[in-house]
Structure formats: structure tokens, C-alpha cells
Design a protein around this ligand. Sequence first.
Ligand SMILES: NC(=O)c1ccc[n+]([C@@H]2O[C@H](COP(=O)([O-])OP(=O)(O)OC[C@H]3O[C@@H](n4cnc5c(N)ncnc54)[C@H](OP(=O)(O)O)[C@@H]3O)[C@@H](O)[C@H]2O)c1
Length: 318
Amino acid sequence: MSAASPDHPVNPADSADPASPGPASPAPAHAPALALTGVTGYLGGTVARRLAEAGTPLRLLARRPQAAPRVPGSCALPITYSDTPRVRAVLEGVRTLLMVSAHESPSRVEEHRGLISAARAAGVEHVVYTSFYGASTEAVFTLSRDHALTEEALAASGMEVTILRDNFYTDFFVDLCTQGGEIRGPAGQGVCSTVTRADVAEVAAAVLSDPGRWRGRVLDLTGPEDLSMEDITRAVSRRLGRPVPYVDQTLEEAYATRRAWPAEQWEYDAWVSTYTAVRDGEQSGVSGAVEEVLGRGPQSLEDYLDRALTSPPADGSR
Ligand SMILES: NC(=O)c1ccc[n+]([C@@H]2O[C@H](COP(=O)([O-])OP(=O)(O)OC[C@H]3O[C@@H](n4cnc5c(N)ncnc54)[C@H](OP(=O)(O)O)[C@@H]3O)[C@@H](O)[C@H]2O)c1
């Protein structure tokens, strides 16, 4: 953090290594009771800005608090997903915690368990967690298993919990089309009720505005329609005015093309199983949860494309 301001005070803890086991740097006595992680990313950052616009004071928790959004009434404090005296001290006085799932890694579940353990020890009452649609330890999508194990740890913690189970982001598949020029994977004709990242952020902000109402709920966050990979490439092709193919691969082809990127086996498995989960129907089905929380239906693919892409000017066709 570069400078202090009344809206974004420098806390002595900012300069400390959040992973250090101690000595603990307690949160300031006035630190807000609503805490958000992931605030340096899209989801947590968007939720922070929405809540701050509504006048809600926030405790912003980040590995790099200096990169947290500068929003009125907030204080930014350092955190890692681990159970150390410093992390417990930073969580002291928090009533409700938005726990954004960590980046994918072999240690992700352990990191989540650490944060959950620290939150419980610090007296946090309610955790809102960004899980995954259909989270299961048996899921085809390998990363879905991390979320199921995290949900289990939350259930065992005794804290109140709200689970936001977002499906694959619409944004992700559209980015594949616009940045990679195609969707390529073994999804067959399977369908996925993709949800926009903006809808997930809006739902999270609404839940955190009235957390008591959503205690104990598992909210399946999907879009309004089941889409095949071909549905998505066809819609993007129309918008771009050029063909964007869907290449339905065999498993062997999927691994072979991905091995062009140096990565670990668990990453190849995660990338390929994104598509096999769709092929096998794990990501299908439409939920009413976005409408229940927001009072309006979820954004469709076409709604998303209206904002993300402009139509070709020549004939105006879509
Ligand atoms: N449903 C889907 O299709 C889908 C797609 C992508 C991601 N996701 C999940 O949704 C989450 C939020 O999405 P997003 O779009 O906001 O992602 P994002 O923009 O990459 O932001 C992730 C945030 O989480 C923080 N973070 C990640 N790993 C952490 C760790 N080990 N310890 C502490 N903080 C950590 C990051 O902090 P730093 O700035 O310090 O890295 C960042 O603030 C992702 O983390 C991922 O688990 C879901």
C-alpha cells in the first residue's frame, strides 16, 4: 500500500509476511465485521466494489493487500489460506467471511482447510464459499472434487455456511473462442448451463448484503439455458462474422494437443476433464437460484455477447 488515507488506512500488518507464524498483528479494533478474500481478482474485487457502493464497510483480505481495490470504508489486511496465529488475528472480529476458492493447485484443499480452521478459531460465524456446480468427490471434473472436500470441511466446522455453486463461466468459453479461435475438447454433444462471472459476483454481493437470509443454503448458479460447445461457437461465429469451430476430440487427441504446453499431470487432467464432465452431463441443468437471489433471470449467452462482443458492421447480421 503506497499511502494512508481515511478510506484505506495503512495497517502495520500490511508490511508483514502473512504466511509468517507470528507474532500476530491484530486487526484494528474498528475493522469491519464483513470480510472478503479474493479481492485482487475479478469476483472478490467486483463484490467489494458493489458492497462499498452500497455503503458497506469491508475488511479486504489479500496476499497482496496493496493490490486490494481502494473502496470507501475498507481496510486491507494480509492473509494466506492457512491456519497461523497471524491469520487468526486478522480474522478476529469477523462475523461473515466471503471465501473465494484458491487458484487450482495440488495444495488447494489443504489451503482451504487451513483458512476454515483459522476462521473457526477466530470466531467467524458464517462463511460464504464459492464452490462449483455439481461438486462431488466422484466428479469427472477433477477440480470439482476439491470443492466437495472443501464443502465437507465447512460442514464439519460448525460455522454457518452458504455455498455458491457456480457452473463454468460463460466468459471462459467465449474467451476460448475469441482468444484461441476455437473450442477444442472431448465434450461430444454434451451441454453446460454456463453462468456469467458478472452474475456470480452480483449474487455473492446480494447474499453478503443479507447473509442471515441465505444461511444453510446451497445455491446452484447457472445460466438460463443448456448449451453445447457447438451452440457457443455458433453464437460467437455469428457475432464475429467468421467461423469459430468446435473440434470434438477423442481423449487421446485432447491429452496430445494439451501436452504441447509444459504442465503437470493434474493440470492436463483438469483441462481435459472440463470437457468430459460436460460430455457426461455433469454440468447440465438449469437452476432458479440466480433469479431467487437477484429477482431477475440470469444472463444468457446472447446477453453476455451483447456486452462482450460487437457485431460485424458490414451487414449488421448476427
Ligand atoms: N466456474 C468457473 O468456470 C471458474 C473459472 C475460473 C475460476 N474459478 C474459481 O473461481 C475463483 C474466483 O474467480 P475469479 O474470476 O475471481 O478468479 P481470479 O480473478 O483469478 O481471482 C482469484 C482471487 O483469489 C486469490 N487467491 C487465489 N489463490 C489464493 C490463495 N492460495 N491464497 C489466497 N488468495 C488466493 C487471488 O489472489 P492473488 O491476486 O494474490 O493471486 C485473487 O484475488 C477462482 O479462484 C477459481 O477457484 C471458477
